[in-house]
Write a protein that binds this ligand. Structure first.
Ligand code: TPP
Length: 559
């Protein structure tokens, strides 16, 4: 067997022993040994994508939804650079990703040889572990080296600090397997451990941290930011103390107990002034709204839950970092503080709903609210950056039974279709229900290739709901909106019809206009686009009207 094939087969076999179940492969010649070893392995499902950026985000989605590391393979050169945005998102969001870039052997580097760039530490500090594996040689000891290296890379993707790792793999010709009669034998057995176990195993799950008791205060608040953590301790903490739960959609803590209109409450200056917290307990990565960031700054004390080496503290207010938190001894949930939050939240919720229900045509916030409410139990929702995730934050009511994810690590509008496709594929492979994505039109145009899936590839049940406001709606609510060059430079209208995008990728298309048609639209199957056309300035004006209605409702309450 030739050395390139031997190394690729051993690495793939070892990774499968570690638990690798999914791989995304982009086509290329230098990566041939890896691609063929992966498709030949019975325990690995392979997804082939023609565009490396899309492939990388698809792998990110698969890994994010399944919580298992996914292998990502490309050829040498700019192909590897196209993985970079997804590697950055995986780093910041803590998603396990195993990047395997094929490379030319050293004698072809720096010589002007075709498709050759410096791939050493290509992703810089974004990866948890990097190794240049070296050109495979038919000498004793290689198998132990490759198997040990595969286990090391696998271990570095998690579990205590999950993230991306990068192996740069130099392959010398021949690249195609030569198993046939007369092929040279390898000087040692290629097998791994006899019992099918990995070369080495580590502690699979980090030990349960000892919770630290929170101080006994009445005016506490629990802030749940983006992240994949167990909601139960925070629901329990809120139930024991009466501290309101301010939960961003991708925290998945916005259950019945959470304040569902906290975004509008905190945007009311009087409310925020009268509700300065003595204590904030935060978990995950909060960062969706300016009002929440400003509110964090007012806290007299802020305890962040997380690992002291990499916890989120976006406004640098944390004074203590604890691995887990428990309610103070003898806490009483029936406080004036809790009652005041509950009253205000109910009034704000009713005001938001009144404004949204006044119009039957689907507005941006109404689509977000109704979608979150009407998703079937077991559904997965991928929320795009920009206004989709913010409209969910502002308009969705509390609910259980669905999982909401988004690329909140670095909040890019790139790769969102592909991430949603990958997440849907993993969710459904694990027996989950239908999947949905709520994306802006620029995000969809940015990643149209995510819709391009070859005829032999696994396909997800995924409805891509596109809020088409012909440009970047988020900017209409920002300071830039008044500038004379606003429309061209920030609004970025494009005039592209989503029906034509759907036709390009040969996926289903529906246009949705009325709120009453949403339940039926959610019932479809397969990969499809559902377009809702809206206006950017109308949407900004509607959001302002919602806030005014909440402000009035709070005024009437005397809050
Ligand atoms: N490029 C990347 C890769 N990521 C970004 N976050 C941005 C640029 C800056 N950006 C943030 S939101 C946005 C842009 C360009 C506009 C997004 O428009 P769209 O997806 O249509 O959503 P909308 O704002 O209309 O809700």
């Amino acid at each position: 067997m030739n050395p390139s094939t031997a190394m690729a087969r051993v690495l793939v076999d070892e990774l499968a022993r570690c638990g690798l179940a999914e791989a995304v492969v982009a086509p290329g010649s230098r990566s041939t040994p890896l691609a063929l070893a992966l498709v030949a392995h019975p325990r690995v499902r392979v997804h082939v994508r023609i565009d490396e950026r899309s492939a990388a985000f698809c792998a990110l989605g698969l890994a994010r939804a399944s919580r298992r590391a996914v292998a990502l393979v490309c050829t040498s050169g700019t192909a590897a650079a196209n993985f970079h945005p997804a590697v950055m998102e995986a780093d910041h969001a803590g998603v396990p990703l195993l990047v395997l870039t094929a490379d030319r052997p050293p004698e072809l580097r720096g010589t002007g040889a075709n498709q050759t760039v410096d791939q050493i530490r290509l992703y810089g500090p974004a990866v948890r572990f990097f190794a240049e594996a070296g050109v495979p040689e038919p000498v004793p000891g290689m198998v132990a080296y490759w198997r040990s290296l595969a286990c090391r890379a696998w271990a570095a993707t998690g579990p205590d600090h999950p993230g991306p790792v990068h192996l740069n793999l130099a392959f010398r010709d021949p690249l195609v397997p030569d198993d046939g009669p007369g092929a040279p034998a390898w000087p040692e057995p290629l097998d791994g451990r006899g019992d099918g176990a990995p070369w080495f195993t580590g502690p699979a799950v980090p030990h349960e941290p000892e919770p630290v008791r929170a101080p006994a205060v009445e005016r506490g608040v629990i802030v749940c930011g983006d992240g994949d953590y167990d909601p139960v301790p925070y629901l329990a903490l809120s139930a024991r103390t009466g501290w309101p739960l301010l939960a961003e959609p991708t925290s998945n803590v916005r259950r019945a107990e959470a304040a569902s209109a906290y975004r509008e409450l905190l945007a009311n200056p009087g409310f925020a002034r009268d509700h300065v917290p003595d204590l904030v307990v935060s978990v995950g990565r909060p960062g969706l709204s300016r009002q929440l960031m400003s509110y964090l700054r007012t806290a007299r004390q802020h305890i962040a839950v997380g690992d002291p080496r990499h916890f989120a503290d976006p406004v640098r207010t944390a004074c203590q970092v604890v691995p887990a938190v428990a309610a103070p001894e003898g806490a009483d949930p029936d406080t004036a503080w809790a009652a005041s939050w509950r009253r205000a939240d109910a009034a704000a919720r009713a005001a938001v709903d009144r404004v949204l229900d006044a119009e039957e045509a689907l507005s941006e916030p109404r689509l977000a609210r109704d979608l979150a409410a009407q998703l079937p139990n077991g559904a997965l929702l991928f929320a795009g950056s920009s206004m989709p995730i913010r409209d969910l934050d502002g308009a969705m009511d509390a609910r259980c039974g669905v999982r909401i994810i988004g690329n909140r690590g670095v909040s890019g509008i790139d790769g969102t279709v592909s991430t949603a496709v990958g997440a849907a594929l993993a969710h459904q492979a694990d027996g989950g229900g239908p999947a949905y994505a709520l994306l802006g039109d620029l995000a969809v145009l940015h990643d149209q290739n995510g819709l391009v899936i070859g005829p032999d590839e696994p396909r997800p049940d995924l409805a891509v709901m596109v809020v088409n406001n012909d440009g970047g709606g988020i900017f209409s609510g920002l300071e830039q909106a008044g500038h004379p060059d606003f429309e061209r430079v920030f609004g970025t209208p494009h005039g592209v019809s989503m029906e034509r995008v759907a036709a390009m990728a040969d996926v289903g298309y529906t246009r949705l206009e009325w709120a009453s048609d949403l339940p039926k639209a959610l019932l479809g199957e397969g990969l499809r686009i559902i377009e809702v056309r809206t206006g950017r300035s109308d949407s900004a004006a509607l959001r302002a009207r919602i806030q005014q209605a909440v402000d009035r409702a709070l005024g009437e309450l005397g809050e």
